[in-house]
Design a protein around this ligand. Structure first.
Ligand code: GN1
Ligand code: MG
Length: 365
């Protein structure tokens, strides 16, 4: 590995020698490393990432998107007199590209934002609120970004209806002979199908607008300042594309307001934590509420339920098609994830009115 990192450091014109590296295990798709370069006794950290080209089959397009998005946000931060640590900064090769291809894959390198930490699970309500503000602010900064400049990196990424249709097709094809094991889960998804496709209908009827959204708003995609505890930088820009604000709000809630981890096998521990929900909403909603239509606000809670069903479908789809998309740590991992998401979605569905009331109160309605 060290030899490869040295080759990459040279390619990205980084000064110093590679002296250390470790794996950053956050993330279910790409392979990520914290690489230390030392020059004249001084250490600097960089994030080296190998992009998963099974998932992102046109990675140069992603890097073009990222170039444009980060430049736009950097301008906004500068105008507001804020630190450039608020946006990711990618290294460039001698040829001026923000990626490098070698035999083993497609690589990119970003500067490690100093003095930051990430959280997978977090019950600190102030931090959740701060994460909400960060994703809300991210949304606001991209509100005047021209969506036609962006490639759609993964078509139909949050198209729940198409996700379910693809899943049902795979159930019928049953390529790995696993469908019989998951009859109960398939039935549960079928039962929720109409509600889960409600946002699709509102897009089709143009009642909900598409905006430029992040689309992967997991808590661990926020860097927190180690000293102040405030959210500082939103990372993982691979899926920034046109989408619904309800998906960004919903995915954050799905992950951060679960009483357990995304892959908790003990379903009695899985459910919606309303205090965490409220904390995230209190950060997110005031940042963006002025720009949203009343229906967008009304559908934020539905977004949480929808995206949770969608993830159940995606995990189960990956399980029955042979675990090729998400990284798995053990056999059946995707099935465990799917069951966990289904349990959470059931809880969200039962408590939708409660979520909606909290959202309405925060939005001042
Ligand atoms: C993937 O790799 P990571 O953790 O950023 C996935 C998300 C899922 C998430 C579930 C491109 O994100 O959509 O919500 O796993 N990213 C992609 O943990 O599919
Ligand atoms: Mg991601």
């Amino acid at each position: 590995m060290k030899q490869l990192f040295t080759e990459l450091a040279e390619a990205f014109c980084l000064e110093g020698v590679v002296t250390d590296y470790s794996v950053i295990s956050n993330g279910n798709i790409n392979a990520t490393y914290d690489v230390t370069l030392t020059r004249a006794g001084e250490e600097r950290h960089f994030v080296f990432q190998k992009v998963n080209i099974f998932v992102f089959n046109n990675p140069t397009r992603i890097m073009k998107n990222i170039d444009r998005i980060t430049a736009h946000i950097a301008d906004k931060l500068e105008q507001a007199g804020k630190s450039r640590d608020g946006v990711m900064h990618f290294a460039k090769t001698a040829a001026g590209k923000n990626y490098y291809m070698e035999e083993q894959g497609f690589w990119r390198v970003s500067e490690y934002v100093p003095n930051t930490v990430t959280y997978n699970a977090c019950d600190d309500l102030e931090k959740l609120k701060s994460a909400g503000r960060a994703f809300g602010e991210f949304q606001t900064m991209l509100s005047d970004f021209d969506a036609s400049l962006l490639y759609e990196t993964i078509p139909n990424f949050h198209n729940t209806r198409s996700r379910i249709a693809v899943f049902m097709r795979h159930v019928n094809e049953d390529p790995c002979g696993r469908a019989d094991e998951v009859v109960a889960e398939i039935e549960a998804i079928r039962g929720f199908r109409a509600q889960a496709e409600r946002l699709n209908q509102l897009i089709d009827s143009q009642e909900l607008p598409l905006r430029v959204t992040h689309n992967d708003t997991k808590m661990n995609n926020v860097l927190f300042d180690r000293h102040t505890g405030e959210a500082k930088t939103v990372i993982d820009l691979d899926t920034v594309m046109p989408g619904l604000v309800a998906h960004d709000f919903g995915d954050a809630v799905r992950y951060a307001a679960n009483t357990a981890a995304e892959d908790e096998p003990d379903l009695t521990r899985v459910g919606l934590d309303m205090d965490r929900f409220r904390a995230f909403a209190e950060g997110f909603i005031p940042e963006i509420t002025a720009a949203l239509t009343p229906l967008e606000i009304d559908t934020l809670a539905l977004g949480a339920f929808t995206i949770t069903i969608e993830l159940a479908v995606r995990f189960l789809d990956d399980y029955i098609t042979g675990d090729r998309y998400f990284k798995t740590l053990y056999k059946g991992h995707n099935l465990v994830r799917a069951r966990c998401q289904l349990k959470l979605a059931q809880d969200m569905y039962a408590r939708m009115a409660e979520m909606e009331a909290i959202v309405a109160a925060i939005a001042g309605k």
